[in-house]
Design a binder for this molecule. Structure first.
Ligand SMILES: NC(=O)c1ccc[n+]([C@@H]2O[C@H](COP(=O)([O-])OP(=O)(O)OC[C@H]3O[C@@H](n4cnc5c(N)ncnc54)[C@H](O)[C@@H]3O)[C@@H](O)[C@H]2O)c1
Length: 304
C-alpha cells in the first residue's frame, strides 16, 4: 500500500510544490488547509490527493487522523507575516504554537513516523556572524520569530521523530506578491506589469534565496531517510544583494525602469545568509538551484 502523508498548508506556496512532489513519488497525500492564503487551484487533480478544508487551530484533527492514519506529517500551515505578528501576537502564537501542539498530540497518538516542520531564519534575529549556522544564538526580533522558535521546542519535547527545517527566503512560482517577505514575487509582478519598484535602503542588503522546488525535493526526501531529530538550515549559502537581484531580474524580464530607493524600514535585518554546511553534511546529495536559473524558470512559468 502507498505510504500516506498529511501536509498542513499544502495548498500554499511552498506546500503546493511539496504536494506535487509527494504525488510524483506516489504518496497518498492529504492536505489540511483552510485556504486563508492558499489556493485550491494550486492543487493538481489526482485520485491520490484529498483536501480537507479545515482550520488546524480549531477543527477536529483526531477524526482526520483516525480516518487517514498517516505515516508522515509535513507541517507548513502558519501565520507567516512578521508585521502581522507584531500587531496580532495572540493570533500568531495561537496559530504557530498552539496549533502545532494540537497537531503533535495527534501525531503522537497515531504513531506518526516523522514530523517535518517549516521554521525560519527569523529564529536567529540579527546575525552576529555570516553565514549563520545552527549553533548561532537564537534571539528573535519579532513575535513571529519567537513563535517559530517556541514551535521548535514543542516539537523537540513531543517524542515524535522530527526534522525541522529553517528556511531562508523561498521564491518561485505561486508565491504571492502581497507577502512582505516575497521580494522576488514583488519584483516578478512589477516587472511583468512594467510598474516601478521600490527598494527600501540602498539595496546593498544581502539575502539568500532558496528555490521552492529545492525545498519540495528535500522535504520529501527526508521522510523515509534515517535522519531524524535534527534542526537543519536549508539555504543556498550564497548571498545576493537586492541590487544584484534587481539587476539580474531586469535582464531576464527585459525591464528598463530604475528602482525607486526609499528610506530603509525599521526592523529590517541588514544582511542575512544561512549556512548550509550541516544540510550538505547530513542530507547527502542535495541539489541547490542556481538563483539565475531559478529566476529564469520563474520568468518562463505561466501559472506554476
Ligand atoms: N516563504 C518563505 O520564504 C518562508 C521562509 C521560511 C519559513 N517559511 C515557512 O514555510 C511555511 C509555508 O510558508 P509559505 O510561504 O508557503 O506560506 P503560505 O501562506 O503560502 O502557506 C501557508 C498555508 O497554510 C494555510 N493555513 C494558514 N492558516 C491555517 C490554518 N489555521 N489551518 C489550515 N491551514 C492554514 C494557508 O491557507 C496556506 O495554504 C510557513 O510555516 C512559513 O512560516 C516560509
Amino acid at each position: 500500500m502507498d505510504k500516506k502523508v498529511i501536509i498542513t498548508g499544502g495548498a500554499g506556496f511552498i506546500g503546493s510544490h511539496i504536494t506535487d512532489n509527494l504525488l510524483q513519488n506516489n504518496y497518498s497525500t492529504v492536505v489540511l488547509d483552510n485556504l486563508s492564503s492558499g489556493d485550491e487551484a494550486n492543487l493538481k487533480n489526482s485520485d491520490k490527493l484529498k483536501l480537507y478544508r479545515i482550520n488546524i487551530e480549531k477543527d477536529d484533527l483526531e477524526k482526520i487522523f483516525e480516518t487517514e492514519r498517516p505515516d508522515y506529517v509535513i507541517h507548513l500551515a502558519a501565520q507567516t507575516s512578521v508585521n502581522y505578528s507584531i500587531t496580532n501576537s495572540y493570533f500568531d502564537a495561537d496559530m504557530n504554537i498552539m496549533a502545532t501542539i494540537r497537531l503533535l498530540d495527534v501525531c503522537r497518538k497515531y504513531n506518526v513516523k516523522k514530523f517535518v516542520a517549516a521554521s525560519s531564519a527569523a529564529v536567529y534575529g540579527n546575525p552576529k556572524y555570516l553565514p549563520v549556522d545552527e549553533n548561532h544564538s537564537t534571539e528573535p526580533m519579532s513575535p513571529y520569530g519567537l513563535s517559530k522558535l517556541t514551535m521548535e521546542k514543542y516539537i523537540q519535547f513531543s517524542n515524535v521523530p522530527y526534522i525541522i527545517f529553517r528556511f531562508s527566503n523561498a521564491y518561485g512560482p505561486r508565491q504571492k506578491s502581497s507577502k512582505e517577505s516575497g521580494v522576488v514575487a514583488i519584483f516578478d509582478k512589477a516587472m511583468k506589469e512594467n510598474t516601478q519598484i521600490n527598494i527600501y535602503g540602498d539595496g546593498a542588503q544581502i539575502r539568500d534565496f532558496i528555490y521552492v522546488q529545492d525545498i519540495a525535493n528535500i522535504c520529501v526526501k527526508v521522510l523515509e531517510s534515517d535522519i531524524k531529530n535534527e534542526i537543519i538550515n536549508f539555504s543556498t549559502n550564497k548571498g545576493v544583494t537586492l541590487n544584484e537581484l534587481f539587476f539580474e531580474m531586469s535582464k531576464i524580464y527585459n525591464y528598463k525602469q530604475k528602482p525607486n530607493y526609499l528610506p530603509k524600514r525599521k526592523g529590517d535585518i541588514k544582511d542575512s545568509i544561512l549556512s548550509n554546511k550541516k544540510a550538505l553534511k547530513i542530507l547527502g546529495n542535495t541539489e541547490f538551484t542556481d538563483y539565475k536559473k531559478g529566476l529564469k524558470d520563474l520568468r518562463e512559468c505561466v501559472n506554476g
